[in-house]
Ligand binder design. Sequence first.
Ligand code: ZN
Length: 133
Amino acid sequence: MHKGSIAVKSSKRIEFIDITKQINHAISASGCHSGICYLYNPHTTAAVTINEGADPAVQEDLIKIFGEMAPNNRHYKHLEGNSPAHAMTAMIGNSSLVFIENGAALLGTWQRIFFCEFDGPRSRQLHWRLRED
Ligand code: ZN
């Protein structure tokens, strides 16, 4: 079992950050050729997912859709004032996994791994663990 964390720095309140390169670097550095990579986001207002990375308009559309589902101008009980960020995180989830094949993440043609920031800008961590076959 190999494990570690990657640092992610967001520059906007809501942002999808492509972390595929960093994950592939971690896989490559581990020497793992075939297995599973678990990704765990330890934050309550940030998520992790795999989605289309070829057209940036997809991420813009997703951000628009999440904003419509959890708008800022609604009355929320949580006093910190970031309930939309908590809701968006709950919608996506804080973990993901990707298979490892030939020493890299086995992704579909259009897939990329995204760290989803919903309450930035902030410095964050994403934990990963690799299990070899
Ligand atoms: Zn909060």
